[in-house]
Design a protein. Structure first.
Length: 393
């Protein structure tokens, strides 16, 4: 049996890799899970009722693009949050979480060639892994751009050579960034959008951590694109209820952008999409419309930022995250540190290199660990203190 050559160099996904690293060793204490970005705060209790009330909808095929109610709730949310005017029928579509959307948007929108050459898709490094596999799947070259302290933990796409820019078809960008917690400023977005206008590439803005922040809501790419009067097809936004509403398992995501972009994504998904079951669409519509639980959820994370800042005060290289729920902590070697922590304390974290690309010595993630602040507050605090005492004292 033959297998596609293009996937032959894909490393094992981060979490099986972590299991292979840790699971044949005993934990050195009570286990604290700080690896996966799966929110553990409560979701609104009424979500279950809405699903039950709409359970009859499990019988039918769900609407591919999202029910009119869900699309209206999504468009309202995008317009409210970003100060734009997206139409429910023309500018948004429901996704089955952002991950598949980030993948399928490349399928629907990345051309076979850019200026007569193989296209490039720009990816931050470290990065959310689907960007790479989407690029490979569409026959583009994923081009990794380091996002380190030297560039305020966001990729500096403006510094790339002309020959790269001429081949660039798409740029993925994650703000707030997983794993570093950095937020793209208005100026950052403006420069990127101007660059995209100059070289005619699309921006895929992955903003799924946008509602978890300290005190100021991160500015969104669509907002800045509108302010600049950019091509309405230039920026495509991705967001979801997974982090905003602690509903990673509901799988409600959104894509928002220009009408031609959305039309193209709808076309592809009418053949190959996996729409959200109708009762879940009904629940998702209500969740997008509610902000009370989002504010309560954010307040819990704000307490967690305060705990992290206190625990790591004085630790050299500690970066207080601006947003999101990860700590990106500097260490000598991320893999060795994750193993040591597990064996000595039972705290489970992810080596940074599992989220980044590059040869040893060149990989911008290898001297980091990623720590997810998702566990309940007291457990999370215990995990952070144990971690600090094990690796920084
Ligand atoms: C940066 C980033 N983008 C997208 C996703 C996918 O989230 P979902 O598919 O649940 O919306 C995640 C999930 O961890 C993420 O960290």
């Amino acid at each position: 049996m033959n297998y596609p050559e293009r996937f032959s160099n894909l490393p094992e996904y981060a979490f099986p890799r972590l299991r292979a690293l840790l699971d044949h060793h005993q934990p050195g204490g009570d286990i604290v899970h700080m690896t996966i970005g799966e929110p553990k705060h409560d979701f609104p209790p009424w979500v279950t009722d809405v699903i039950m009330e709409n359970a009859a909808g499990f019988q039918g095929y769900p609407p591919n693009e999202g029910s009119p109610e869900l699309r209206a709730a999504i468009a309202d949310w995008v317009n409210r949050r970003y100060g734009v005017s997206m139409g429910a029928d023309t500018n948004v579509m429901a996704l089955n979480g952002t991950r598949e959307g980030l993948y399928n948007a490349a399928m629907a929108l990345c051309p076979e060639q850019k200026n007569g050459q193989q296209p490039i898709i720009l990816c931050p490094n470290p990065f959310y892994q689907v960007y790479m596999v989407a690029s490979i799947s569409v026959g583009a070259q994923p081009y990794f751009v380091s996002a380190t302290a030297a560039t305020d933990h966001l990729p500096d796409y403006t510094s790339l050579p002309e020959e790269v820019m001429n081949r660039t078809a798409v740029a993925y960008i994650c703000s707030p960034a997983n794993p570093q917690g950095a937020v793209a400023s208005r100026d950052y977005w403006a420069e990127l959008i101007q660059l995209a206008e100059k070289y005619d590439f699309r921006i895929f803005a992955d903003e799924c951590y946008s509602e978890i922040y300290r005190d100021t809501a991160p500015v969104g790419a669509l907002t800045v694109a509108q302010e600049l009067g950019a091509d309405p097809e230039r920026v495509t936004l991705f967001n979801s209820l997974s982090k905003r509403s602690n509903l990673a398992g509901l799988r409600s995501g959104l894509i928002a952008g220009g009408p031609e972009t959305i039309k193209q994504v709808k076309l592809l998904r009418s053949y190959a999409g996996a729409p959200l079951p109708a009762p879940l669409q009904a629940a998702a519509a209500k969740v997008w419309a509610d902000e009370v639980h989002v504010q309560e959820n954010r307040a819990l994370y704000q307490e967690k930022y305060a705990i992290a800042d206190e625990v790591f005060a004085g630790v050299q290289g500690y970066m207080p995250p601006e947003a999101g729920f990860f700590l990106w902590l500097p260490v000598e070697n991320g893999e060795e540190t994750a193993l040591k922590l597990w064996q000595e304390t039972g705290v489970r974290v992810l080596p940074g290199a599992y989220l980044s690309q590059g040869d040893p010595g060149q990989n911008p993630g290898e001297q980091f660990i990623r720590v997810a602040m998702v566990a309940p507050k007291t457990e999370m605090k215990r995990g952070l203190i144990t971690l600090r005492d094990c690796i920084y004292s």
